[in-house]
Design a binder for this molecule. Structure first.
Ligand SMILES: [Zn+2]
Length: 211
């Protein structure tokens, strides 16, 4: 997990430290800090206990939004959200109020499921100028997926999201950040503008593979 691209519980001291470090420093001009969020706010009961540590509070989120504006880093800080949790909408509204945009990596298979966004919210995200990206269909590890499953996770899910949101899906975030040579080769072949992993480091501006 990158010290910059984090998805962690702000109550966790090491996560809070990482966020402080980011906010205390400055990002080199050709670099980007990718902030990876999952759900925000109080963790609902339906959330798998493995996912709980990746939720952050609204206070921490707002602090990062304010810091991005104040440090004039809106071109270098990229807000991303994985999984399509219902809190994405409230987060998007806060970002839009601040004049910021974000990327929402949605799971096609969780659309309309309790606790997750659906068609109406996807359309609202697009209307707010947010980017919708692919996070797959069922949140499986693509390294272990067979050809048929990868087809469903990438092609079918991408088409479903594009049809539902009415926009092209140009970027992808890999579930669990789990990739190998086979997965990456496939993703590169699928013509995504940007592929988000959870590798460590700052992203190079304009790079096709980002941490
Ligand atoms: Zn995920």
């Amino acid at each position: 997990m990158s010290p910059w691209a984090f998805g962690c519980d702000s109550r966790n001291p090491s996560c809070a430290l990482r966020i402080r470090k980011l906010m205390a420093g400055s990002i080199p001009s050709m670099r980007q800090a990718i902030l990876m969020f999952h759900g925000i706010g109080t963790v609902p009961d339906y959330v798998d206990k493995d996912e709980v540590p990746y939720w952050v509070g609204w206070d921490m989120f707002q602090e990062l939004v304010d810091w991005t504006i104040q440090s004039d880093a809106s071109k270098q800080v990229i807000f991303t959200f994985d999984d399509g949790n219902q809190s994405d909408i409230a987060a998007a509204r806060r970002l839009a109020d601040a004049g910021l945009t974000a990327k929402f990596f949605v799971l096609a298979g969780r659309l309309e499921k309790p606790g997750y966004i659906g068609t109406a919210e996807l359309n609202e995200l697009v209307a707010m100028g947010m980017e919708v990206g692919l996070h797959g269909r069922n949140h499986v590890d693509w390294r272990l997926a067979n050809a048929a499953s990868l087809q469903a996770e990438l092609l079918d899910a991408r088409k479903q999201l594009a049809d539902t949101a009415g926009v092209q899906i140009r970027s992808v975030a890999i579930p669990f950040g789990g990739y190998n040579r086979r997965v990456m080769r496939r993703l590169l072949r699928e013509d995504f503008d940007r592929i988000y992993t959870t590798d460590i480091g700052l992203a190079q501006r304009g790079s096709r593979i980002a941490p």
